[in-house]
Design a protein around this ligand. Structure first.
Ligand code: M6R
Length: 600
């Protein structure tokens, strides 16, 4: 949620900031702004809408080497030019951008800022006004910044400009991600290394409650008490082509197509020289020591968790519970005696999951994060991490991370099973190889899915995805994909549950996408299809080779039955993609959403 950039050096700051914001637009895209310093004066440009709208109003002739920028996902205050960042203090001396939520902003307003007239509805404006207040009381800028940060409750990543020290960007973070990038004669600030890959791949990670004083030649990290901290930079292992669309019209399509490649990369990365699947002993020991695994996740990652439970329970024979992160904290079940918590998160930044992580760590339990982003908050804070190796996922709709999450969970199940001496003739490396090939076949069938989408989803108000067993879980993911990007009201149901209420919604022509990939429930799901057809539904059965029947609309290749979710989701991803495209929606940036959900 929200993306931040900053640049200080010798080049044209405006262009670097705008390009950086383009790369961060996935984090929020309802409004954007930049503030740049020219001749000791701050110039602010902000606009409701996308970065392209902002670009259109920036004064291209303005010479400037220092600036900060922001792309917003609204939390406090509607998306508008007024609420867009950067925000300024009353005198105009201080200007800042902020990502996060200041929980006590109202209290701070009442306690310290009663005299101030606020221009926006944001929580952010409180921060910049507090800094000015404390400077007016006689503190230096960094003392005032520090004092302000100590008062804030909540999450923040901040970049601050002071017109009286125009050669400095003040930076701080707590819970929200922020990095400082290093260059020769310049330095940068970014929520994500991707944003500034255009100028550097050398980054310094920042920890919570640190302040950084950034000039063009120096970066000084301090804690809130002013003690200097030294930290070596790291190289961001990102290939510029990973973050470009290339010839694809949308990132989502590129990311769907990358799935076979990602799967092969995962198989390779988790194999040793003898071709045996391996995972760090300490992780497997933690799984073996646990009497129950608790998977905590949100959205698509939660759906991957539902399938992970099937993999782990059937291979490693350890009971698994799967919980929605935002619910778990408020409704914690009775825990087993020796739980291990597994957090699944593409971004590694999801605030709902993080709040559970913090809580269970306080309770003394071991934690494992499965994420796509090394060094992300959930990865840093958990005891162990397993990486997805999916490459940057930029489309808001998660696709390749979902299949990567399932693959890593299957590998975890298999390695834990082997270490527990459980016999299995299931050669997972071989089976995943078959899955990767099958994914390719499906990705090559795009024209067919384009047709099916046109036939079933072009004008419908709603759609249902039904299945039994693991098909039901994949159906839930299919429904999420469809509603998220095409705005069709879609639900995933267990086939047998429809008759207990939901069947009342079936009308003449209602699309029902039914998955029939599991032998033991093949006949029962087909029975459920007959029930809805009898009430006028328009069925689209997607079955698996070997189980197919003449009425089926599409037949996916045969892979190991347990692993079918890794391929049966591909048609659903493509149907959602084409439905959104055909209905004129912005596939990569659906309304009201953002990629990385860093607010609770
Ligand atoms: O980064 P995470 O995996 O923790 O994100 C969780 C959800 O916000 C995410 O999966 C969301 O549901 C996707 N937009 C779905 O496509």
């Amino acid at each position: 949620m929200c993306g931040i950039v900053g640049y200080i050096g010798n080049q044209d700051a405006k262009e670097i900031l705008l390009k950086g914001l383009d790369k961060l637009e996935y984090r929020g895209y309802d409004s954007a702004g930049i503030a740049v310093i020219n001749g000791g004066q701050v110039h602010i440009f902000k606009e409701k809408g996308r970065i392209a709208d902002l670009r259109a109003i920036v004064d291209t002739d303005l010479a400037t080497n220092t600036g900060i920028g922001h792309t917003r996902w609204a939390t406090h205050g509607v998306p508008s030019k007024l609420n867009a960042h950067p925000h300024q203090s009353t005198s105009g001396r201080f200007t800042l951008v902020h990502n996060g939520v200041i929980e006590n902003y109202d209290l701070l307003k009442r306690e310290y800022l009663q005299e101030v007239s606020f221009k926006s509805e944001t929580d952010t404006e409180v921060i910049v006004q507090l800094i000015e207040l404390f400077v007016n009381d006689g503190l230096s800028t960094d003392e005032a910044f520090r004092k302000t940060l100590k008062l804030l409750k909540g999450s923040y990543a901040i970049a601050l400009l002071d017109t009286e020290s125009g050669e400095t960007i003040y930076v701080a973070k707590n819970k929200s991600p922020l990095l400082v990038g290093l260059g020769d004669g310049f330095n940068v600030v970014a929520s994500d290394a991707m944003a500034m890959l255009q100028v550097t791949n050398q980054y310094v990670e920042l920890m919570d409650k640190e302040i950084v004083i950034v000039t063009k030649d120096e970066v000084t990290i301090e804690n809130l008490d002013g003690e200097v901290i030294s930290r070596a930079p790291y190289t961001a292992e990102l290939d510029a082509s990973d973050i470009e669309k290339g010839t694809y019209p949308y990132y989502m399509l590129k990311e769907i197509d990358e799935q076979p490649l990602v799967l092969r990369r995962i198989i390779q990365t988790y194999q040793d020289h003898q071709g045996k699947l391996v995972i760090d002993d300490e992780i497997i020991d933690a799984v073996k020591a646990a009497d129950r695994l608790y998977i905590i996740a949100a959205g698509t990652s939660y759906h991957a968790g539902l399938l992970g439970k099937q993999f782990i329970e059937s291979m490693a024979k350890v009971p698994v519970e799967v919980h929605i992160a935002s619910e778990f904290g408020y409704n914690m079940p009775l825990l087993s005696e020796r739980p291990l918590f597994i957090f699944i998160s593409q971004s590694g930044e999801t605030a709902d999951s993080r709040s559970v992580l913090v809580r269970v760590k306080e309770m003394g339990y071991k934690t494992l994060t499965i994420t796509n982003v090394p060094g992300s908050t959930l990865s840093r804070e958990a005891d162990f991490t397993l990486l997805l190796h999916a490459g940057p996922e930029i489309a808001v709709a998660s696709t390749k991370a979902y299949t990567a999450q399932m693959a890593v969970l299957a590998i975890l199940g298999q390695v834990a099973a082997k270490k527990s001496g459980l016999d299995s003739d299931f050669d997972l490396v071989h089976e995943l190889g078959i899955v990767a090939n099958a994914m390719e076949v499906l990705c090559d069938s795009k024209e067919e899915f384009e047709k099916i989408a046109r036939e079933y989803l072009l004008t419908t108000r709603n759609a249902f995805f039904i299945g039994r067993g693991i098909d039901y879980y994949v159906g839930q993911e299919g429904a999420l994909k469809l509603k998220e990007i095409s705005y069709i009201q879609a639900e995933g149901f267990a086939g047998g549950e429809l008759k207990h209420g939901t069947i009342a919604l079936i009308e003449e022509g209602t699309p029902i996408i039914a998955l029939a990939t599991q032998e033991h429930v093949n006949l029962s799901i087909r029975g459920n299809v007959k029930e809805v057809v009898a009430r006028g539904a328009n069925p689209c059965i997607i079955s698996r080779k070997g189980l197919d029947m003449k009425e089926d609309r599409f037949v996916i290749p045969e892979v190991h039955e347990l692993l079918t979710p890794l391929i049966s989701v591909v048609p659903l991803q493509l149907l959602a993609y084409y439905a959104a495209l055909q209905r004129g929606c912005d596939v990569d940036k659906p309304r009201n959403l953002a990629k990385s959900v860093t607010v609770e």
